[in-house]
Design a protein around this ligand. Structure first.
Ligand code: SF4
Length: 361
């Protein structure tokens, strides 16, 4: 009995399947070839949550599909709203008792709260992270598994603002290029005509530099790239980010130099400002030297203090001077606005636990 019950609930998810995979499913189920495109439309454009709602498939076809498949969308269990309008959603995952966070960052028309002009979703790609960056709450919690493409796409479709989203950044929990097979599948769905049909210019994937999959990303996708840099000196970067040992930044930059970022596709470098550790003119000059010749932008990020951490954020004066020095060296440098700090939704603070203890599944 137990075995039968498990079998009945373990249906495969349709969400996250590419058109090619849906064509294979249609063929296996004896559906006409055009049914694959219809299913893709229902999943990715009409946002259904049940196979039974796919009303242009015959009743028999829906029944056949439902035997082995489900839509597979995950709904959030909690949402927190910041005083600046940023919202943090808590999603359950396929790993019992483990949650991930997704952040929706709105920008309002005329700077007022009249209407959302632009809404960016900051997506998680893993349950926790194994990269162990010293300044990151997610890294501290350890690694508990990869998210499936269905779980990644649910972070778009499950938001109350799903229809308002204009941009996506893969900068939430986890290292996207450490889960390339599922992230690439999600990127395909997001940017394909049969999927969300977003321009790749609306999507940015952020990495600390997982070299083998960075090459795959650069070859197979046209989405923007963001690289977490944080320190231009190898030894110091390694003390902050253990990944430096496996895949040195020099090698990452050498790879990036082989691709064209002077046109539609952009590369940016994330640089979190730590008081007295990486925020003096010496660091700005080294950074400018390191990136010479790469058409790029640097995003400076104020460090958001995490408990029991030796790191402090740089002073506003140090940040302004750093920014001015890089600008003078010819590198477009912006200071990323802190959003959602009061709900622990800002950069480096995501930990998959919300503000109060979520109910367990
Ligand atoms: Fe992982 Fe990114 Fe945090 Fe590093 S900064 S531990 S890669 S989530």
């Amino acid at each position: 009995m137990q075995k039968l019950a498990e079998y009945v609930t373990m249906k495969e998810k349709l969400l996250g399947k590419t058109l090619t995979e849906l064509q294979q499913i249609a063929a296996q189920e004896g559906l006409p070839a055009f049914a694959a495109k219809q299913i893709a439309q229902w999943l990715y454009q009409k946002h259904v949550t049940e196979i039974d709602a796919m009303t242009n498939l015959s009743k028999t076809a829906r029944a056949a599909l439902s035997e082995r498949y489900e839509v597979g969308r995950t709904a959030p269990v909690e949402v927190f709203t910041s005083k600046d309008g940023t919202r943090k959603y808590l999603f359950p995952t396929d790993v019992p008792g483990k949650y991930i966070e997704t952040v929706m960052i709105p920008e309002y028309e005329d700077g007022s709260e009249g209407g959302i002009a632009r809404a960016t979703v900051c997506v998680s790609s893993q349950i926790g992270c194994k990269m162990g960056c010293r300044f990151c709450m997610t890294g501290r919690g350890g690694f508990h598994g990869h998210l499936s493409a269905a779980e990644i796409l649910s972070q778009f479709l499950g938001l109350e603002e799903a229809d308002l989203l204009t941009n996506a950044v893969f900068m939430g929990m986890g290292e996207p290029l450490d889960n390339w097979s599922e992230v690439s599948r999600a990127l395909e769905v997001i940017t394909a005509d049969w999927g969300f049909a977003w321009s790749p210019k609306r999507v940015t994937v952020s990495t600390i530099g997982v070299l083998p999959n960075l090459r795959h990303f650069l070859d197979e996708s046209r989405c923007h790239l963001a690289v977490s840099l944080h320190n231009p000196f190898p030894k110091e970067r390694e003390a902050l980010m253990p990944v430096q040992k496996a895949w040195p930044l020099q090698d990452v930059l050498a790879l990036i130099r082989q691709y064209d970022f002077s046109g539609q596709r952009r590369v940016s470098f994330e640089y979190t400002m730590f008081d007295g550790m990486n925020d003096t003119p010496r660091y700005a000059d080294a950074l400018a030297r390191l990136l010479r010749g790469i058409p790029c932008r640097i995003n400076l990020i104020r460090f958001h203090a995490i408990p029991d951490s030796p790191f402090r954020t740089s002073s506003p004066e140090a940040i302004a001077a750093f920014q001015a020095r890089l600008q003078k060296a010819g590198i477009t440098t912006t200071l990323r606005a802190s959003r959602g700090e009061d709900i622990l939704a800002a950069c480096g603070l995501l930990a998959g636990r919300g503000l109060k203890k979520p109910e367990t599944k």
